[in-house]
Design a protein around this ligand. Structure first.
Ligand code: HEM
Length: 182
């Protein structure tokens, strides 16, 4: 998996916890790269799982919650790192419908060895159904990213994860309008 996902993970831990926790996570995970990642490099995704596992031990927070929080935070980092991928998008639904066709396609142009997950979004009446599938087990990160973009575009949508779908390699998220107040 591309180094940007790892370098941002370390940055997130530094900001959300502390630099000392980030260092302890890297030591605890005993990863081959020693926590040194370049955005263009590629590293086994197992290293990300080891890092989050070590963070879970240090913080006593469950791995799925940490992965979700990281995805939520990462959504805003992508805006800063890849602003051109947001050009022309003014709403969450249009943006989320274009992950395979646009954003992850652009990622593959930037990083030809990237193996991005499948993210298929289909409009169903008032709802948008986003299906995630990957050879990697990052459905919780996907959930956090989706919630992050709903926040980014200030959309009045709630996200319900279909618990019958298989995780963590595949998941289905139903986005529907928030009930009106009152
Ligand atoms: C402009 C927006 C986006 C950018 C720039 C982006 C970028 C990336 C990059 C660079 C990777 C690493 C790929 C690799 O190493 O092979 C990745 C993986 C991933 N992306 Fe995106 N992405 C975007 C939007 C999304 C959205 C909206 C979702 C939500 C479903 C998503 C879900 C994921 C997940 C879960 C992974 C982890 C790898 C895996 O599960 O196989 N991405 N993305």
């Amino acid at each position: 998996m591309k180094g940007v996902i790892f370098s941002e993970l370390v940055r997130w831990v530094e900001e959300a916890f502390s630099p000392a926790v980030a260092d302890a996570m890297i030591v605890g995970a005993a990863v081959a790269s020693d926590g040194v990642y370049t955005n263009v490099g590629s590293y086994p995704h197992e290293e990300a799982l080891a890092l989050i596992g070590a963070l879970s031990e240090l913080t006593q927070k469950p791995v799925p919650d940490l992965a979700h929080s990281y995805g939520y935070w990462l959504s805003a980092r992508f805006v800063a790192l890849y602003p051109e991928m947001f050009d022309g998008y003014t709403d969450a639904i249009s943006f989320l419908r274009d992950v395979d066709a646009n954003h992850h396609r652009e990622v593959k142009k930037l990083y030809p060895d990237a193996r991005t997950p499948s993210v298929v979004a289909v409009v169903d009446g008032q709802e948008l159904v986003v299906s995630y599938a990957s050879h990697r087990p990052f459905a919780d990160v996907a959930h956090g990213l989706i919630r992050g973009y709903i926040h980014h575009f200030d959309a009045a949508l709630e996200v319900v994860r279909d618990e019958t779908a298989q995780g963590p390699h595949a998941a289905r998220f139903v986005l529907r309008p928030l009930p009106a107040d009152g």
